[in-house]
Design a binder for this molecule. Structure first.
Ligand code: SD4
Length: 318
């Protein structure tokens, strides 16, 4: 049976699902619906980890990662470490629509966004300033540094490389299951056009300049009209090394069911990094969906589809 159209996204971000679904019902394209869905989370600051005002970096700045992919043409638009623009998924869409490029980063991505009519504004909020302050008060722990010596006066930066050879040590882990939620969305319209995308503010206390998995095609998400779409959430620094969304879609192209495809995509990550946490959600071209997770106690995703157009949440134990 064919369960199209369909909207699926990571986590119980049901307003985003509903917004994308409503857009599809109004005959907007899968692309527009996906942008509307992810933008909803950017405006609502879903879980504090999508959009402005979350995950301040070591300097206290929020930067955003986002991508969008067309499963028909395989075109991608993405932004990494985008500064001072709230609508990251919109800028990703603009990269696809108005350029021959795939990925723009940092300040210069901001410059492009401003040219395209996006508003430049601070992404800091009282909440993100407070998060950054308490992190500093806690001697900049946890953080993403390893094999470095912190400034003895501050216990924080500037850091210098350790000169003695010893076992690799990370000062402390910066990622935990409650410190990272990304919206990753797959939208398939009634004739089987698959679109996938992501939007996130990344990881708390990241080193300025850090780009996660979310804007990396095949890592954060992937789409193919002959397989389906997939999106990932979790410890992006680890997950991006395995291109889990690409793997899941490749499996679905061979006819593998989405939950199994997600499991196949995640298994090698868990084999190399048993301590990582993350999840992949997958939707095939018939509108079947499933997910696989590791390191969380559970993962959930939101769905609206022709079979059940009331937005609902599917909870998966990890
Ligand atoms: C990142 N993968 O930047 C993102 C964060 C995330 O669930 O997904 N959180 O690493």
């Amino acid at each position: 049976t064919i369960n199209l159209p369909i909207v699926v996204n990571t986590w119980p971000f049901t307003n985003a699902t509903q917004a994308a679904w409503n857009a599809l019902q109004k005959n907007l394209s899968a692309a527009d619906s996906l942008v509307i869905g992810c933008s909803t989370c950017e405006i609502e600051q879903c879980d504090g980890t999508v959009g402005y005002g979350g995950s301040p970096d070591e300097h206290g700045e929020t930067t955003l990662d986002a991508m969008i992919m067309d499963g028909g043409s395989l075109a991608v638009g993405a932004v990494g470490s985008l500064r001072e623009i709230k609508n990251a998924i919109g800028v990703a869409r603009a990269v696809m629509k108005y350029t021959d490029h795939t990925l723009l980063v940092g300040d210069l991505a901001t410059e492009f966004a401003v040219e395209m009519g996006f508003k430049r504004e601070s992404l800091s909020t009282n909440r993100s300033r407070q998060m950054h302050l308490s992190w500093k008060e806690n001697k900049c722990q946890p953080n993403f540094r390893k094999n470095v010596v912190p400034d003895p006066k501050t216990s924080c930066g500037p850091y210098s490389p350790k000169t003695t050879n010893g076992p690799e040590d990370r000062i402390s882990k910066g990622i935990s299951p409650d410190n990272h939620d990304t919206i990753g969305m797959v939208v398939i319209d009634s004739v089987g056009n698959v679109w996938a995308g992501t939007s996130t503010n990344g990881a708390n206390n990241k080193i300025p300049g850090r780009v996660g998995d979310s804007p990396v095609m095949g890592a954060g998400s992937y789409a193919s009209n002959s397989g389906g779409g997939a999106a990932a959430t979790g410890d992006g620094d680890i997950m991006m090394r395995f291109l889990p969304s690409f793997r899941a879609v490749l499996e679905m192209e061979r006819g593998v069911a989405p939950d199994v495809a997600a499991k196949i995509a995640m298994t090698p990550i868990a084999a190399h990094y048993p301590d990582f946490s993350g999840a992949v959600v997958a939707v095939d071209v018939s509108g079947r969906h499933g997910a696989y997770c590791h390191g969380f106690s559970w993962f959930s995703y939101s769905v609206a589809s022709s079979a059940n157009s009331t937005v609902h949440v599917v909870k998966v134990p990890c």
